[in-house]
Design a binder for this molecule. Sequence first.
Ligand SMILES: NC(=O)c1ccc[n+]([C@@H]2O[C@H](COP(=O)([O-])OP(=O)(O)OC[C@H]3O[C@@H](n4cnc5c(N)ncnc54)[C@H](O)[C@@H]3O)[C@@H](O)[C@H]2O)c1
Length: 424
Amino acid sequence: MAVLPEQHFQVKMLNFARGRSQQRSTRSMPFAGVEHHDPKRKGGFVGKILMVATLAALCIIVLKQSPTFRTPSQFSKHEEGVTHVLVTGGAGYIGSHAALRLLRESYRVTIVDNLSRGNIGAVKVLQDLFPESGRLQFIYADLGDAKVVNEIFSENAFDAVMHFAAVAYVGESTMDPLKYYHNITSNTLVVLEAMAAHGVKTLIYSSTCATYGEPEKMPITEETPQVPINPYGKAKKMAEDIILDFSKNSDMAVMILRYFNVIGSDPEGRLGEAPRPELREHGRISGACFDAARGIIPGLKVKGTDYNTHDGTCIRDYIDVTDLVDAHVKALQKAKPRKVGIYNVGTGRGRSVKEFVEACKKATGVDIKVDYLPRRPGDYAEVFSNPTKIYRELNWTAQHTDLEESLKTAWRWQKAHRDGYGAS
Ligand SMILES: NC(=O)c1ccc[n+]([C@@H]2O[C@H](COP(=O)([O-])OP(=O)(O)OC[C@H]3O[C@@H](n4cnc5c(N)ncnc54)[C@H](O)[C@@H]3O)[C@@H](O)[C@H]2O)c1
């Protein structure tokens, strides 16, 4: 937690200053009655008085800076008419876009992120856009540390939590499942416990279509049985179950959003998607297309051309991040105490890998080399959502998702930020 080292330092300084000032004032006592007779001593006495005064002044300054004496920050108090949202994972791709949208709509935002996958550069962009006090604070912390999380909740007055923070790569989850159960399931429990302990009443939870596994029937509705087939999907499903069980005896307002495949970036080019280079191999199709367009990788490998789909390649439902954060804001506004809303967030329209690659070629203007290979085990042919429920209940539909346009926007940011957010 970023604020902790500073606070400990101040507390240490405070004790140190108190100790010294006490020592000096006791040592000066024996000189008190004889000072007028000895000019040398008199000078020493005045000097000592000055020193004591200086130390006292220093003490006051340090006391004033100490957290206990600091004027309470705007983040630590509820304020009429201001909704303070904790955005976990706000340095990441979707979380940073959500924070931007919340800030634009006058919410107060606290980002908590351990920067394991996110970028401090994204937080800096947000801080530069919203420098006014009481708008945005960043706390560097790991949600796996329950004590620190509890401290964060004690020191801040949150009205709602958008819980994005997670490791989120299907392939990586099969190689390191415990990391996923810990980071997703266990950390969600930590966040939920802190919310319950500190009376935070609204939770918007980032879930995924991976919780459905390989449903027999398309499109996927919220009633489709959840039978996840990889640790990522299972960890998210377990986190959902914990939230649902808890909410049965709680007055918390809960919204669970199951996203399909997220693409795109801020249309004004301020934020983008910048995963760590070492995660590229687990990465998403848009990242791979852009890497191929930039020549970082020689081309794309499309696995499977004999699926039972119109062009033989897999079909997925892509949703623009602008639409996705719009769904979050609507969910936040419509969340009701003691109610749980579960929603698919997708377009309802599947697009094939071949269509995606063609859109990416157009968006980037690069004739990306594509190798068509045999199927990869575990891939399913077709996944797309039925988004009727979210339209009916939250009045949300995808307004900004257009495969080629979304990719064009993302590509503009990628081209302008060849090293992502760089070392900023
Ligand atoms: N990107 C997608 O297509 C997609 C699809 C479905 C669901 N989701 C979900 O959306 C959420 C955000 O995904 P994203 O694509 O923005 O991922 P991301 O990796 O860009 O962002 C995740 C953020 O969480 C932070 N984080 C991870 N573990 C943490 C911890 N223990 N403590 C504090 N911070 C931690 C990371 O540093 C990072 O900034 C995730 O919950 C993910 O499962 C994403």
